[in-house]
Design a protein around this ligand. Structure first.
Ligand code: SF4
Length: 460
Protein backbone atom coordinates (compact mmCIF):
# COMPACT_ATOMS: atom_id res chain seq x y z
CA UNK A 1 0.00 0.00 0.00
CA UNK A 2 1.21 3.50 -0.80
CA UNK A 3 1.27 5.76 2.21
CA UNK A 4 -0.67 8.81 1.03
CA UNK A 5 0.36 10.86 4.04
CA UNK A 6 4.08 10.66 3.36
CA UNK A 7 5.95 13.83 2.56
CA UNK A 8 8.19 11.92 0.18
CA UNK A 9 6.71 11.40 -3.28
CA UNK A 10 8.02 8.03 -4.40
CA UNK A 11 9.52 7.81 -7.86
CA UNK A 12 7.51 5.31 -9.91
CA UNK A 13 8.71 3.93 -13.24
CA UNK A 14 6.10 1.46 -14.45
CA UNK A 15 2.91 2.54 -12.69
CA UNK A 16 0.70 5.50 -13.62
CA UNK A 17 -2.02 6.66 -11.23
CA UNK A 18 -4.55 9.05 -12.78
CA UNK A 19 -2.62 9.41 -16.02
CA UNK A 20 -2.40 12.85 -17.55
CA UNK A 21 -2.91 11.54 -21.09
CA UNK A 22 -5.04 9.15 -23.09
CA UNK A 23 -4.16 6.52 -25.65
CA UNK A 24 -2.78 6.95 -29.18
CA UNK A 25 -5.93 6.01 -31.16
CA UNK A 26 -7.90 8.89 -29.59
CA UNK A 27 -5.41 11.29 -31.18
CA UNK A 28 -5.57 9.48 -34.52
CA UNK A 29 -9.37 9.66 -34.46
CA UNK A 30 -9.32 13.38 -33.64
CA UNK A 31 -6.86 14.13 -36.45
CA UNK A 32 -8.97 12.14 -38.94
CA UNK A 33 -12.08 14.10 -37.96
CA UNK A 34 -10.27 17.18 -39.24
CA UNK A 35 -10.42 15.82 -42.81
CA UNK A 36 -13.54 16.49 -44.86
CA UNK A 37 -15.74 13.49 -45.66
CA UNK A 38 -13.56 11.12 -43.65
CA UNK A 39 -14.65 8.15 -41.57
CA UNK A 40 -12.10 7.39 -38.82
CA UNK A 41 -11.81 3.63 -38.41
CA UNK A 42 -10.53 1.79 -35.34
CA UNK A 43 -8.89 -1.52 -36.26
CA UNK A 44 -9.48 -3.49 -33.08
CA UNK A 45 -12.29 -4.35 -30.72
CA UNK A 46 -15.40 -2.24 -30.29
CA UNK A 47 -14.53 -1.16 -26.76
CA UNK A 48 -11.51 0.89 -27.84
CA UNK A 49 -13.54 2.67 -30.53
CA UNK A 50 -16.40 3.40 -28.11
CA UNK A 51 -14.04 4.84 -25.52
CA UNK A 52 -12.29 7.15 -27.99
CA UNK A 53 -15.55 8.34 -29.51
CA UNK A 54 -16.93 8.95 -26.03
CA UNK A 55 -14.05 11.10 -24.83
CA UNK A 56 -14.12 13.20 -28.02
CA UNK A 57 -17.92 13.56 -27.99
CA UNK A 58 -17.95 14.56 -24.32
CA UNK A 59 -15.29 17.22 -24.87
CA UNK A 60 -16.76 18.75 -28.04
CA UNK A 61 -20.44 18.05 -27.20
CA UNK A 62 -20.76 16.86 -30.80
CA UNK A 63 -21.04 13.34 -32.22
CA UNK A 64 -17.57 12.01 -33.10
CA UNK A 65 -18.26 9.49 -35.85
CA UNK A 66 -16.02 6.43 -36.22
CA UNK A 67 -16.30 2.79 -37.21
CA UNK A 68 -14.63 -0.34 -35.88
CA UNK A 69 -13.24 -3.62 -37.23
CA UNK A 70 -15.12 -5.23 -34.29
CA UNK A 71 -12.54 -7.85 -33.39
CA UNK A 72 -13.79 -10.92 -31.57
CA UNK A 73 -11.85 -14.05 -30.59
CA UNK A 74 -11.36 -15.18 -34.22
CA UNK A 75 -9.73 -11.99 -35.44
CA UNK A 76 -7.65 -11.80 -32.26
CA UNK A 77 -6.14 -15.19 -33.08
CA UNK A 78 -6.09 -15.31 -36.89
CA UNK A 79 -5.68 -11.59 -37.70
CA UNK A 80 -8.07 -8.85 -38.71
CA UNK A 81 -7.76 -8.90 -42.52
CA UNK A 82 -11.26 -10.20 -43.22
CA UNK A 83 -12.77 -7.86 -40.60
CA UNK A 84 -11.12 -4.91 -42.32
CA UNK A 85 -12.24 -6.05 -45.79
CA UNK A 86 -15.84 -6.36 -44.61
CA UNK A 87 -15.70 -3.07 -42.72
CA UNK A 88 -14.34 -1.09 -45.69
CA UNK A 89 -17.03 -2.46 -48.00
CA UNK A 90 -19.81 -1.74 -45.50
CA UNK A 91 -18.53 1.77 -44.70
CA UNK A 92 -18.33 2.86 -48.33
CA UNK A 93 -21.74 1.24 -49.06
CA UNK A 94 -23.59 2.66 -46.06
CA UNK A 95 -21.83 5.89 -45.04
CA UNK A 96 -20.22 6.97 -48.34
CA UNK A 97 -17.16 8.86 -47.08
CA UNK A 98 -14.42 9.89 -49.53
CA UNK A 99 -11.74 8.40 -47.30
CA UNK A 100 -11.48 5.91 -44.46
CA UNK A 101 -8.66 6.65 -42.00
CA UNK A 102 -7.65 3.43 -40.24
CA UNK A 103 -5.68 3.41 -37.01
CA UNK A 104 -4.57 0.37 -35.09
CA UNK A 105 -5.16 -0.41 -31.41
CA UNK A 106 -3.21 -2.34 -28.78
CA UNK A 107 -4.81 -5.60 -29.89
CA UNK A 108 -4.16 -5.34 -33.64
CA UNK A 109 -0.63 -4.11 -32.94
CA UNK A 110 0.10 -6.97 -30.56
CA UNK A 111 -0.98 -9.64 -33.04
CA UNK A 112 1.04 -7.87 -35.75
CA UNK A 113 -1.66 -7.06 -38.31
CA UNK A 114 0.03 -5.73 -41.45
CA UNK A 115 -2.23 -2.83 -42.43
CA UNK A 116 -0.03 -1.80 -45.35
CA UNK A 117 -0.54 -5.12 -47.13
CA UNK A 118 -4.24 -5.36 -46.15
CA UNK A 119 -4.92 -1.92 -47.64
CA UNK A 120 -2.80 -2.52 -50.75
CA UNK A 121 -4.89 -5.63 -51.47
CA UNK A 122 -8.24 -3.81 -51.12
CA UNK A 123 -10.40 -3.40 -54.19
CA UNK A 124 -11.61 0.17 -53.66
CA UNK A 125 -14.47 1.97 -55.44
CA UNK A 126 -13.40 4.65 -57.95
CA UNK A 127 -12.27 7.88 -56.26
CA UNK A 128 -12.30 6.40 -52.75
CA UNK A 129 -9.29 6.10 -50.46
CA UNK A 130 -8.15 4.21 -47.40
CA UNK A 131 -5.18 5.51 -45.41
CA UNK A 132 -3.72 4.18 -42.19
CA UNK A 133 -1.29 4.77 -39.36
CA UNK A 134 0.01 2.63 -36.51
CA UNK A 135 -1.04 3.69 -33.04
CA UNK A 136 0.17 1.17 -30.45
CA UNK A 137 -1.14 2.57 -27.22
CA UNK A 138 1.48 1.05 -24.97
CA UNK A 139 3.91 3.74 -26.15
CA UNK A 140 3.45 7.49 -26.34
CA UNK A 141 0.08 9.14 -25.91
CA UNK A 142 -2.82 10.63 -27.88
CA UNK A 143 -0.38 13.33 -29.00
CA UNK A 144 1.71 10.74 -30.87
CA UNK A 145 -1.46 9.24 -32.33
CA UNK A 146 -2.46 12.65 -33.70
CA UNK A 147 0.95 13.17 -35.37
CA UNK A 148 0.94 9.60 -36.69
CA UNK A 149 -2.45 10.04 -38.36
CA UNK A 150 -1.32 13.30 -39.98
CA UNK A 151 1.67 11.43 -41.39
CA UNK A 152 -0.59 8.56 -42.48
CA UNK A 153 -2.62 10.96 -44.65
CA UNK A 154 0.51 12.62 -46.00
CA UNK A 155 2.12 9.28 -46.74
CA UNK A 156 -0.79 8.05 -48.83
CA UNK A 157 -2.02 11.24 -50.47
CA UNK A 158 0.53 14.05 -50.82
CA UNK A 159 2.03 14.60 -54.26
CA UNK A 160 4.55 16.99 -55.82
CA UNK A 161 3.30 18.47 -59.06
CA UNK A 162 6.47 20.39 -59.81
CA UNK A 163 4.90 23.84 -59.33
CA UNK A 164 4.30 25.62 -56.04
CA UNK A 165 0.63 26.31 -55.26
CA UNK A 166 1.25 29.70 -53.63
CA UNK A 167 -0.06 28.49 -50.27
CA UNK A 168 1.52 28.09 -46.86
CA UNK A 169 0.69 24.87 -45.06
CA UNK A 170 -0.23 25.45 -41.42
CA UNK A 171 -0.36 22.55 -38.98
CA UNK A 172 -2.37 23.90 -36.03
CA UNK A 173 -1.64 20.94 -33.74
CA UNK A 174 -4.08 19.64 -31.13
CA UNK A 175 -6.31 22.62 -30.52
CA UNK A 176 -10.03 23.31 -30.39
CA UNK A 177 -12.12 24.42 -33.40
CA UNK A 178 -12.33 27.91 -31.84
CA UNK A 179 -8.52 28.07 -31.89
CA UNK A 180 -8.36 27.01 -35.54
CA UNK A 181 -10.84 29.74 -36.48
CA UNK A 182 -8.66 32.29 -34.69
CA UNK A 183 -5.46 31.02 -36.33
CA UNK A 184 -7.18 31.22 -39.73
CA UNK A 185 -8.45 34.74 -39.05
CA UNK A 186 -4.94 35.91 -38.15
CA UNK A 187 -3.43 34.27 -41.25
CA UNK A 188 -6.08 35.94 -43.44
CA UNK A 189 -5.42 39.34 -41.82
CA UNK A 190 -1.72 38.86 -42.51
CA UNK A 191 -2.54 38.14 -46.14
CA UNK A 192 -1.26 34.56 -46.16
CA UNK A 193 -3.19 32.03 -48.28
CA UNK A 194 -3.00 28.87 -46.20
CA UNK A 195 -4.05 25.25 -46.00
CA UNK A 196 -4.78 24.20 -42.44
CA UNK A 197 -4.27 20.50 -41.81
CA UNK A 198 -6.04 18.98 -40.01
CA UNK A 199 -8.96 21.36 -39.54
CA UNK A 200 -11.74 20.35 -37.14
CA UNK A 201 -13.47 23.73 -37.42
CA UNK A 202 -16.82 23.28 -39.10
CA UNK A 203 -16.77 19.60 -38.09
CA UNK A 204 -16.63 19.46 -34.30
CA UNK A 205 -18.28 22.87 -33.94
CA UNK A 206 -20.73 22.47 -36.83
CA UNK A 207 -23.74 24.79 -36.48
CA UNK A 208 -27.19 23.44 -35.67
CA UNK A 209 -29.11 23.36 -38.95
CA UNK A 210 -31.87 20.97 -38.00
CA UNK A 211 -30.47 18.33 -40.35
CA UNK A 212 -27.78 15.89 -39.25
CA UNK A 213 -24.89 15.36 -41.67
CA UNK A 214 -22.24 12.68 -41.23
CA UNK A 215 -19.76 14.96 -42.96
CA UNK A 216 -20.34 18.65 -42.19
CA UNK A 217 -18.90 21.43 -44.34
CA UNK A 218 -15.57 21.70 -42.53
CA UNK A 219 -12.34 19.74 -42.63
CA UNK A 220 -9.28 19.77 -44.87
CA UNK A 221 -10.27 18.41 -48.28
CA UNK A 222 -8.42 15.57 -49.95
CA UNK A 223 -7.32 17.94 -52.72
CA UNK A 224 -5.82 20.26 -50.11
CA UNK A 225 -3.94 17.35 -48.53
CA UNK A 226 -2.68 16.23 -51.96
CA UNK A 227 -1.41 19.78 -52.52
CA UNK A 228 0.56 20.00 -49.26
CA UNK A 229 3.70 18.89 -51.08
CA UNK A 230 3.39 21.93 -53.36
CA UNK A 231 3.24 24.39 -50.44
CA UNK A 232 5.72 27.24 -50.51
CA UNK A 233 6.40 26.75 -46.80
CA UNK A 234 5.05 25.24 -43.61
CA UNK A 235 4.28 26.69 -40.20
CA UNK A 236 3.94 23.87 -37.68
CA UNK A 237 2.41 24.97 -34.38
CA UNK A 238 3.23 22.96 -31.29
CA UNK A 239 6.89 21.99 -31.02
CA UNK A 240 6.12 18.52 -29.68
CA UNK A 241 3.17 17.48 -31.82
CA UNK A 242 4.35 19.27 -34.98
CA UNK A 243 7.96 18.10 -35.23
CA UNK A 244 7.54 14.67 -36.87
CA UNK A 245 4.94 15.80 -39.48
CA UNK A 246 7.04 18.88 -40.29
CA UNK A 247 10.17 16.77 -40.71
CA UNK A 248 8.23 14.46 -43.00
CA UNK A 249 7.18 17.39 -45.21
CA UNK A 250 10.79 18.52 -45.41
CA UNK A 251 12.24 15.10 -46.17
CA UNK A 252 9.51 13.96 -48.55
CA UNK A 253 8.73 17.17 -50.44
CA UNK A 254 11.53 19.61 -49.51
CA UNK A 255 9.01 21.99 -47.95
CA UNK A 256 10.88 24.28 -45.50
CA UNK A 257 9.24 24.68 -42.13
CA UNK A 258 9.10 26.93 -39.10
CA UNK A 259 8.34 24.96 -35.93
CA UNK A 260 6.80 27.23 -33.30
CA UNK A 261 5.26 26.94 -29.86
CA UNK A 262 1.48 27.09 -29.80
CA UNK A 263 0.72 30.84 -30.01
CA UNK A 264 -0.60 31.31 -26.46
CA UNK A 265 0.22 34.65 -24.81
CA UNK A 266 2.05 37.66 -26.22
CA UNK A 267 5.50 36.29 -27.09
CA UNK A 268 4.32 33.12 -28.77
CA UNK A 269 1.60 34.95 -30.73
CA UNK A 270 4.26 37.42 -31.86
CA UNK A 271 6.25 34.43 -33.16
CA UNK A 272 3.25 33.27 -35.19
CA UNK A 273 2.84 36.71 -36.73
CA UNK A 274 6.54 36.89 -37.57
CA UNK A 275 6.34 33.50 -39.30
CA UNK A 276 3.26 34.64 -41.25
CA UNK A 277 5.06 37.84 -42.22
CA UNK A 278 7.97 35.80 -43.51
CA UNK A 279 5.54 33.63 -45.46
CA UNK A 280 3.90 36.74 -46.95
CA UNK A 281 7.21 38.22 -48.07
CA UNK A 282 7.03 38.60 -51.83
CA UNK A 283 9.74 38.25 -54.48
CA UNK A 284 10.59 41.90 -53.88
CA UNK A 285 11.65 40.78 -50.39
CA UNK A 286 9.37 43.33 -48.73
CA UNK A 287 7.74 42.09 -45.55
CA UNK A 288 4.16 43.34 -45.27
CA UNK A 289 3.28 45.39 -42.17
CA UNK A 290 1.24 43.89 -39.35
CA UNK A 291 -2.36 45.12 -39.83
CA UNK A 292 -3.55 47.77 -37.34
CA UNK A 293 -6.32 45.41 -36.20
CA UNK A 294 -3.78 42.91 -34.85
CA UNK A 295 -1.59 45.64 -33.36
CA UNK A 296 -4.61 46.96 -31.48
CA UNK A 297 -5.49 43.46 -30.21
CA UNK A 298 -1.94 43.05 -28.93
CA UNK A 299 -2.18 46.41 -27.20
CA UNK A 300 -5.45 45.46 -25.53
CA UNK A 301 -3.94 42.19 -24.27
CA UNK A 302 -0.91 44.01 -22.80
CA UNK A 303 -3.25 46.56 -21.21
CA UNK A 304 -5.29 43.75 -19.63
CA UNK A 305 -2.09 42.16 -18.31
CA UNK A 306 -1.09 45.44 -16.67
CA UNK A 307 -4.55 46.09 -15.23
CA UNK A 308 -4.96 42.62 -13.73
CA UNK A 309 -1.32 42.05 -12.77
CA UNK A 310 -1.93 43.04 -9.15
CA UNK A 311 -4.07 39.88 -8.75
CA UNK A 312 -1.82 37.45 -10.63
CA UNK A 313 1.66 38.66 -9.60
CA UNK A 314 3.61 36.02 -7.61
CA UNK A 315 0.62 33.67 -7.45
CA UNK A 316 1.67 30.03 -7.65
CA UNK A 317 0.12 27.82 -10.31
CA UNK A 318 0.15 24.10 -11.09
CA UNK A 319 -0.32 23.48 -14.81
CA UNK A 320 -0.96 20.09 -16.40
CA UNK A 321 -2.15 18.63 -19.70
CA UNK A 322 -0.92 18.13 -23.25
CA UNK A 323 2.66 19.24 -23.80
CA UNK A 324 2.17 22.03 -26.34
CA UNK A 325 -0.84 23.54 -24.59
CA UNK A 326 1.01 23.40 -21.26
CA UNK A 327 4.10 25.08 -22.75
CA UNK A 328 1.84 27.89 -24.04
CA UNK A 329 -0.04 28.22 -20.74
CA UNK A 330 3.23 28.30 -18.79
CA UNK A 331 4.57 31.08 -21.00
CA UNK A 332 1.38 33.11 -20.51
CA UNK A 333 1.45 32.59 -16.72
CA UNK A 334 5.05 33.82 -16.63
CA UNK A 335 4.09 36.86 -18.71
CA UNK A 336 1.49 37.84 -16.09
CA UNK A 337 3.93 37.45 -13.20
CA UNK A 338 2.74 34.07 -11.89
CA UNK A 339 5.02 31.34 -10.57
CA UNK A 340 4.39 28.07 -12.43
CA UNK A 341 5.39 25.94 -9.42
CA UNK A 342 4.51 22.57 -10.97
CA UNK A 343 4.26 21.93 -14.69
CA UNK A 344 3.55 18.41 -15.95
CA UNK A 345 2.43 16.44 -18.96
CA UNK A 346 1.56 12.77 -19.18
CA UNK A 347 3.10 12.47 -22.63
CA UNK A 348 6.52 10.82 -22.35
CA UNK A 349 8.65 13.43 -24.10
CA UNK A 350 11.74 14.75 -22.34
CA UNK A 351 11.92 17.65 -24.76
CA UNK A 352 8.91 19.01 -22.88
CA UNK A 353 10.87 19.18 -19.62
CA UNK A 354 13.76 20.96 -21.35
CA UNK A 355 11.44 23.54 -22.93
CA UNK A 356 9.66 24.29 -19.65
CA UNK A 357 13.00 24.56 -17.81
CA UNK A 358 14.20 26.99 -20.50
CA UNK A 359 11.10 29.12 -19.77
CA UNK A 360 11.86 28.99 -16.03
CA UNK A 361 15.42 30.16 -16.77
CA UNK A 362 14.24 32.94 -19.11
CA UNK A 363 12.03 34.40 -16.37
CA UNK A 364 14.50 33.71 -13.53
CA UNK A 365 12.22 31.17 -11.84
CA UNK A 366 13.90 29.01 -9.23
CA UNK A 367 12.44 26.09 -7.31
CA UNK A 368 9.81 25.22 -9.95
CA UNK A 369 9.29 21.65 -11.13
CA UNK A 370 8.73 20.41 -14.69
CA UNK A 371 8.09 16.77 -15.53
CA UNK A 372 7.09 14.77 -18.61
CA UNK A 373 5.57 11.30 -18.33
CA UNK A 374 4.07 12.40 -15.02
CA UNK A 375 0.62 11.72 -13.60
CA UNK A 376 -1.96 13.48 -11.47
CA UNK A 377 -1.05 11.41 -8.42
CA UNK A 378 2.44 12.98 -8.55
CA UNK A 379 0.92 16.42 -8.91
CA UNK A 380 -1.50 15.92 -6.05
CA UNK A 381 1.25 14.77 -3.70
CA UNK A 382 3.44 17.74 -4.58
CA UNK A 383 0.53 20.12 -3.98
CA UNK A 384 -0.14 18.50 -0.59
CA UNK A 385 3.47 19.17 0.33
CA UNK A 386 3.48 22.73 -1.00
CA UNK A 387 0.10 24.19 -1.99
CA UNK A 388 -0.51 26.44 -4.99
CA UNK A 389 -2.97 29.30 -5.55
CA UNK A 390 -4.36 28.05 -8.84
CA UNK A 391 -4.71 24.82 -10.80
CA UNK A 392 -4.91 24.98 -14.62
CA UNK A 393 -5.67 21.94 -16.76
CA UNK A 394 -8.24 19.45 -17.99
CA UNK A 395 -11.35 18.28 -16.12
CA UNK A 396 -9.32 15.50 -14.53
CA UNK A 397 -7.90 18.06 -12.09
CA UNK A 398 -11.24 18.73 -10.43
CA UNK A 399 -10.74 16.11 -7.72
CA UNK A 400 -7.43 17.73 -6.72
CA UNK A 401 -9.02 21.19 -6.79
CA UNK A 402 -11.84 20.01 -4.54
CA UNK A 403 -9.68 18.00 -2.17
CA UNK A 404 -7.18 20.80 -1.66
CA UNK A 405 -9.67 23.68 -2.09
CA UNK A 406 -7.78 25.34 -4.94
CA UNK A 407 -9.33 27.62 -7.59
CA UNK A 408 -9.40 25.75 -10.89
CA UNK A 409 -9.28 27.00 -14.48
CA UNK A 410 -10.21 24.40 -17.06
CA UNK A 411 -8.10 24.50 -20.22
CA UNK A 412 -6.79 21.95 -22.70
CA UNK A 413 -8.17 18.47 -23.37
CA UNK A 414 -10.44 16.99 -22.24
CA UNK A 415 -12.85 19.40 -20.62
CA UNK A 416 -15.80 17.13 -20.04
CA UNK A 417 -17.75 18.95 -17.37
CA UNK A 418 -18.17 22.44 -18.85
CA UNK A 419 -19.72 23.80 -22.04
CA UNK A 420 -18.52 26.17 -24.74
CA UNK A 421 -14.75 25.83 -24.26
CA UNK A 422 -14.06 24.29 -27.70
CA UNK A 423 -15.74 27.29 -29.33
CA UNK A 424 -13.50 29.88 -27.66
CA UNK A 425 -9.82 30.35 -28.54
CA UNK A 426 -6.89 30.34 -26.17
CA UNK A 427 -4.49 31.17 -29.04
CA UNK A 428 -3.73 34.61 -30.44
CA UNK A 429 -4.01 37.90 -28.59
CA UNK A 430 -7.77 37.39 -28.22
CA UNK A 431 -7.20 33.93 -26.75
CA UNK A 432 -4.75 35.46 -24.26
CA UNK A 433 -7.45 37.89 -23.12
CA UNK A 434 -9.89 35.01 -22.71
CA UNK A 435 -7.39 33.07 -20.55
CA UNK A 436 -6.48 36.05 -18.39
CA UNK A 437 -10.16 36.78 -17.80
CA UNK A 438 -10.58 33.19 -16.59
CA UNK A 439 -7.42 33.15 -14.46
CA UNK A 440 -8.04 36.53 -12.84
CA UNK A 441 -11.71 35.72 -12.34
CA UNK A 442 -10.88 32.47 -10.53
CA UNK A 443 -8.35 34.21 -8.25
CA UNK A 444 -10.72 37.10 -7.50
CA UNK A 445 -13.64 34.74 -6.79
CA UNK A 446 -11.43 33.10 -4.19
CA UNK A 447 -10.51 36.46 -2.71
CA UNK A 448 -14.20 37.43 -2.53
CA UNK A 449 -15.03 34.15 -0.79
CA UNK A 450 -12.32 34.40 1.83
CA UNK A 451 -11.91 38.11 2.50
CA UNK A 452 -13.25 39.92 5.56
CA UNK A 453 -16.66 41.57 5.24
CA UNK A 454 -15.15 45.06 5.28
CA UNK A 455 -12.94 44.14 2.30
CA UNK A 456 -15.82 42.72 0.27
CA UNK A 457 -16.48 45.64 -2.00
CA UNK A 458 -18.02 45.77 -5.45
CA UNK A 459 -15.34 48.09 -6.82
CA UNK A 460 -11.83 46.76 -6.24
S1 SF4 B 1 -6.83 -1.40 -25.38
FE1 SF4 B 1 -5.23 0.08 -26.03
S2 SF4 B 1 -6.14 1.19 -27.73
FE2 SF4 B 1 -7.83 0.18 -26.67
S3 SF4 B 1 -8.59 1.74 -25.22
FE3 SF4 B 1 -7.08 0.46 -24.12
S4 SF4 B 1 -5.13 1.55 -24.31
FE4 SF4 B 1 -6.53 2.38 -25.87
Amino acid sequence: MLDLTTKDVLERKALRVNPCKTCQPAGAMFAALGVHSCMPHSHGSQGCCSYHRTVLSRHFKEPAIASSSSFTEGASVFGGRSNLNTAVKNIFDMYAPDVIAVHTTCLSETIGDDLTSYITDLDLPEGKHVVHCNTPSYVGSHINGFSNMMMGFMNYLTRKSGALNGKTAIFPGWVNPGDIRELKRIAALMGVPATFFPDQSGVLDAPMTGTYAYYPEGGTTLDEIRGLGDSSGLIALGEIIGLAPAEMMKKKWKVPYALLPLPVGVAYTDNYLIALRNAATGEDNIRPPVPPELEAERGRLVDLMLDSGQYTYQKKAAIFGDPDVVIGLTSLCLEIGMIPRYVITGTPKEDFTRKIEALFAKYGMEGCTAKANADLFDLHQWIKNEPVDLLIGSSYGKQIARAEDIPFVRAGFPVLDRYGGPLLPIVGYGGGMHLIEKITGALMDRYDRDCADEDFEVVM
